[in-house]
Design a protein around this ligand. Sequence first.
Ligand code: ZN
Length: 243
Amino acid sequence: MKKWILAIALLATNAMAYEVHQENAATGVYIIDGDIPLLHPSQKFDFIQSNEDKLIVDTVDGVYDIWNKFDRMNLTYCVSDEFGKNKAATVAAFKQATKDWMEAANVRFEYVASEDDNCTTSNNNVMFNVAPAFGERYLARAFFPNYPREYRDVLVNDDSYEYNAKALAGFIRHELGHVLGFRHEHISKDSERVCDEDENFKPLTKYDSASVMHYPQCGGTGNIMNLAITEFDKEGAQVVYPF
Ligand SMILES: [Zn+2]
């Protein structure tokens, strides 16, 4: 098992620089690698390859950053009423994306609509909340399993709705990959290194350029209009969430 440290960086709609920036949202967290919130501005990440060449899993102190066997079957979420006219599209995108991950790995997401009118990071009746964002540099962003409840929100930026329903579901599939503990595939050494970051990067064997966790603009072969869970993604996901 190979392990390495990196300071990651950016799912920005256009900017590709690896840099930390503070999001506009009230949470005001710092974001690196486009869509990954930091618990504090100097946070560093570890990650580990789940299984040879399939997916890349976040780690904390050398341990997989994944949901325990109870919580993984209880990934409840609400979708904020504040989405307004975009709410139906958001609910639909999450319905599709959660279904796809539940078929790919032994996890269970559940939409709790009764919490939509109080769908904030203060709501402890759900595992995480989904809320709108405006004018951010990302299409959407999420969190990792080890994050405390106050950081467990998925924010979907307004410009995501300029894409069609299929593309939006793909963005959410990518973000839910982070929710499950998966890191960006384009940090692989074997990628074209378009979105490289620091010198602590250690080699991988192979990588999956079509992974749902790969930014297409970082040398990926996935389709930004339909980011899909690949067979390698499924195999990697089942290493940590086996049926
Ligand atoms: Zn991402």
